[in-house]
Write a protein that binds this ligand. Structure first.
Ligand code: NAP
Ligand code: MG
Length: 502
């Protein structure tokens, strides 16, 4: 096991290519921040500054919200659903055409392995295509009423949507937000995470060519307090869609309350990945590792609590540990590496703190430190703690790194009890070859998604979101578009003398 070495807290500038200067995108123009400030964006594998971005503030948010407001009333809400769909189809085509370039940028900025970034680009395109098709399937209802009238429920776009996204799936999270909003007829002010604003800004260079009118999508870069908070507070923004931590989610909900602004929140989790002893053993080990180590564990639905039935527990821990030690950690650009660096020095330090906590709360089966072989880059070893009590901090707090906590259970009831004993409820998985048991457990789990004999694949057609402290509202599928629609009742009287009262 490697030790927890001290690394620099900040990025380096001393070598390599000069940082590239990015601008934000407001009203169809690439612009600097009104205040002229910039911030550094890092390559987490080298710790070097790879780009600078404008440090957006309330003035930039205001400019973007006004552009989105104007575009909504003057253009986008009057654009036919067919045309909105065609714009999204063309956007998807651009993502496919630029797959290699965007994936490389995503890997350099976020750290994730290039194969995962390529997968994200395909998912991003598929998401735009799905909502391109859905744009023309948004329709209302005609209601049977007991009076001579036609009663309608019409669906209308809400208006300007403020969208705030995290750094773990930068372009894909942007697509999950932009796709349904644009299909619904909303215009957008998007704030990417300060760590990873590059891929969506790069894609924005195609917005005009695909036919997005100026102001329909605006991107304001900057940090949460300076750019995210003013977006939540802006009176022209009708709705906030947020993905990120539960703490910031709570803050956003509070700040949106004054204007009774609509909010949808996709927050984190501490998702149980449950293995019964009758599960296929080899698939189970792979499923446990994939469930928590994909994307360096920086996944809201990470299967970070691995619940294992007692009769296979020892064998399971040994096999999982042996396999975890074979995971090659290093630059995401090298295809031989299966795990990249964490996104930032801050996140690496957070995870390292949890490794120290874990060493007290559980036993180390694999990893437990930063890899000794790397003197640069915000890497952490794939780590497995076992004999963890479900009440321990490493079983209750979202770590957002490659850290698995293995917890033994006796029987079905015990597994369900432990699985649900968390504030969160985003995801869960159950592994068994007994279909009856699988369905019994599925019914009892309090989570927005339950996988059976798998963990992590998420299709754009199906709903995504949390129970409990994992948030509310659903993204993806037809549920995703609902979050951007208002419902208007229309009553059309057919009685020539409707009011015989006076
Ligand atoms: P975060 O702090 O919740 O940030 C998510 C987004 O919200 C970022 O764009 C952030 O901006 C913005 N933000 C922060 N404060 C805000 C405020 N007061 N008003 C409006 N927007 C605000 O998440 P993070 O810093 O990226 O990571 C911290 C933890 O969040 C992670 O360790 C993990 O537990 C969790 N997380 C969850 C998910 C998920 O998918 N559920 C994803 C990422 C992180 P800046 O970051 O640019 O300042
Ligand atoms: Mg942050």
């Amino acid at each position: 096991m490697a030790t927890i070495a001290q690394h620099d807290q900040t990025g380096r500038r001393e070598s390599g290519a000069a940082p590239q200067r990015f601008q934000m995108y407001i009203g169809g123009q690439f612009v600097d921040a009104a205040g002229g400030g910039t911030f550094d964006v890092f390559d987490p594998a080298t710790e070097q500054v790879m780009a600078t971005c404008p440090a957006g503030t309330a003035a930039d948010v205001d400019r973007a919200a006004r552009a989105a407001h104007r575009a909504f009333y003057e253009v986008w809400r009057g654009t036919s659903a067919q045309e909105r769909g065609r714009v999204l189809f063309r956007l998807a085509e651009r993502v496919r055409a630029r797959r290699a370039e965007l994936a490389e940028l995503e890997t350099r900025n976020s750290g994730k392995p290039i194969a995962e970034a390529e997968f994200d680009m395909d998912d991003t395109a598929t998401c735009f295509e799905y909502y391109a098709g859905l744009a023309t399937k948004i329709n209302g209802d005609v209601l049977p009423v007991p009076v001579p009238a036609v009663a309608l429920a019409m669906r209308e776009p809400m208006g300007v949507a403020g969208q705030i996204i995290p750094w773990n799936y930068p372009l894909l999270m942007a697509a999950w937000k932009l796709g349904p909003a644009l299909a619904a007829g909303c215009t957008v002010v998007l704030k990417p995470a300060e760590q990873t604003p590059l891929s969506v800004l790069r894609l924005a260079s195609d917005f005009e060519a695909v036919g997005l009118p100026p102001g329909v999508v605006n991107i304001v870069t900057g940090d949460g307090p300076s750019a995210g908070a003013p977006l939540v507070a802006h009176p022209m923004v009708r709705k906030i869609a947020f993905t990120g931590s539960a703490d910031v989610g709570r803050q956003i909900m509070r700040n949106a309350a004054d204007q009774l602004k609509r909010v949808s929140l996709e927050l984190g989790g501490k998702s149980p990945n449950i293995f019964f002893s009758d599960a296929d053993f080899e698939s189970a080990i792979d499923g446990a590792l994939f469930g928590v180590f994909i994307n360096q564990g920086e996944v809201c639905s990470a299967g970070s609590r691995v619940l294992v039935q007692r009769d296979i527990y020892k064998k399971f821990v040994d096999a999982a540990a042996a396999k975890a030690k074979t995971i090659r950690v290093g630059s995401g650009l090298d295809r031989a590496n299966k795990m990249g660096p964490l996104v930032s020095a801050e996140q690496r330090d957070r995870v390292v703190q949890y490794l120290r906590v874990g060493a007290r709360e559980g036993k180390v089966a694999a990893g437990g430190g930063v890899p000794a072989s790397h003197t640069r880059g915000w890497f952490v070893e794939p780590t497995i703690f076992y004999d963890v009590d479900n009440g321990a901090r490493i079983a209750q707090e979202e770590i957002f790194g490659p850290v698995m906590s293995v917890i033994p259970f006796t029987d079905e009831a015990d597994a369900i009890r432990i699985a649900n004993a968390t504030q969160y409820g985003l995801a869960a998985a159950v592994w068994t070859r007994d279909i009856f048991k699988a369905f019994r457990v599925v019914r009892e789990l309090e989570a927005g998604i339950v996988w059976v004999n798998h963990m992590q694949p998420t299709m754009v057609e199906a709903p995504w979101g949390g129970y409990k402290a994992s948030g509310f509202g659903r993204e993806l599928g037809r549920w995703g578009v609902e979050e951007y629609l208002e419902t208007k009742q229309v009553f059309i009287n057919l009685d020539e003398k409707p009011i015989g009262w006076y």
